[in-house]
Ligand binder design. Structure first.
Ligand SMILES: [Zn+2]
Length: 200
């Protein structure tokens, strides 16, 4: 289903149930999103064939089709959208995210919408990442470096936490605990920092 709103396109390949629409409205209302060239994809996509490192195997993804490198393994149905909407900002949510419980759905959706805001208004964050990555190259291996040298990811997680808190405070506290427990050892501290900063 494609929405009739000419400024924003929602492509619902998943078949979002009507019961989730108020949540989607509530989350989107908290973000300053582009008024045109913005596409939201709720996907029904089996990512089993992709490498674990693929951007399309994650819970969600954001890309600016004008300025981002388009990953080589981008599925055809997303590539078609990129080609026909050359300068669009695209937020993609995976099938597993669309099918997940509210807390996870809200977290991932908010995280990706925050990347849209960053792309529009906070371009310096990318430069900061480049600096931190270069600075820490010799002190940390790449897999660990990733989480600690990308302030835009910390900022997006923080935004997701705040949005979830606004919509359901008790769910937010429980969900961040679940994320913390599921994270690899080097990632656990990130959630401690998120909580600390957020309660600051
Ligand atoms: Zn992210």
């Amino acid at each position: 289903m494609v929405s009739s709103d000419p400024m924003k396109i929602k492509i619902d390949r998943f078949g979002i149930p009507p019961s989730r629409c108020p949540t989607i409205e509530a989350v989107t209302s908290l973000y300053n999103l582009p008024i045109k060239d913005f596409i939201l994809i709720f996907d029904k996509f089996d990512d089993g064939q992709l490498m674990d490192t693929s951007k399309w195997k994650l819970h969600g993804n954001f890309l600016n089709s004008k300025t981002s490198d388009i990953p080589n393994d981008t599925p055809d149905h997303i590539m078609d959208l990129i080609i026909t909407n050359r300068s669009a900002r695209i937020v993609w949510l995976s099938e597993s995210t669309c099918a997940s419980k509210d807390e996870h759905f809200i977290w991932v959706f908010s995280h990706e919408l925050r990347h849209v805001e960053q792309d529009m208004n906070l371009v310096d964050l990318k430069e900061t990442s480049k600096y931190l990555d270069a600075r820490l190259k010799n002190q940390m291996e790449a897999t660990k470096r990733f989480r600690w040298t990308q302030p835009e990811e910390f900022d997006a997680d923080l935004s997701a936490f705040h949005t979830l808190k606004k919509l359901s405070a008790s769910n937010a506290d429980r969900h961040i605990l679940e994320l913390e427990n599921a994270a690899p050892s080097e990632g656990k501290y990130l959630y401690t920092l998120l909580k600390e900063f957020s309660n600051g």
